[in-house]
Ligand binder design. Sequence first.
Ligand SMILES: [Zn+2]
Ligand SMILES: [Zn+2]
Ligand SMILES: [Zn+2]
Length: 255
Amino acid sequence: MAKLTEEQKAKRAAARARREALAAEKKDRRDTERRETWAREGTRLTWDEYKAGVPCRGCGEPMYDGLGDWPGLMYLTEEEKRDHEAMEKRFQQLHPDCKSSRWGTSGSRVTHCFLCCPLPPVGPAQIEKLSRIFRSFPSAEERKKDLDAWELTLTCDHVTTFIQHREHTYVRRVVDCPDCQTRRGVVESKRLGPAYTDDGVEAARSEVEQARLVAELTQAKEQLRRQHQRAAATSSRIEELQKQLSPTARGDDIA
Ligand SMILES: [Zn+2]
Ligand SMILES: [Zn+2]
Ligand SMILES: [Zn+2]
């Protein structure tokens, strides 16, 4: 079988990246729509409802059954195995076509579907913990020196910059496109370097502009090189033809 050329390989990789970006965009759109529906219809439980034992509004099952976590599957007694199977069957009945992953609460055995069931509400203790973590974060000004700018090519072919902490080695799969004003899948991403210069000025925009100019310049140089090549080939062809012509037939205007 013939091996793929480098060009063919690159073409295939690009097609795959675009396909994956479009799929991520589609999933993101579905997730957003679901969140909006839940908000509109009040599907999420409030903390008080959750504490009072109101069942999940997505599937009708209890949020917390108090049966304790399952021991490892291999440690189940015969009775527990039967219970486990029954729960499994019930889940399949409730979510025949969801093909989604599941979630459950700690100390509880019932499982919920990521597609149908909103996660339990965040409690006051958790909110307090999160705000403590946020308070310990360095200020926005201090964080700037640790931020990198990335250049992203989106499914709409718009190129945009994205700023995030330097320790991230890749960019999220779907971002907001400022031009389309909608969420778009990321087809290609490239780290540009520090997002802010020493005096805190955003460097990203000018870096993107620079990257674009460099790409354009490379392209123009390549074009010029090919034109030179063609010109050289044409002039040696002219020389060859001139040699073949008899001295009397040689036109003066062919230099
Ligand atoms: Zn549920
Ligand atoms: Zn479901
Ligand atoms: Zn766009």
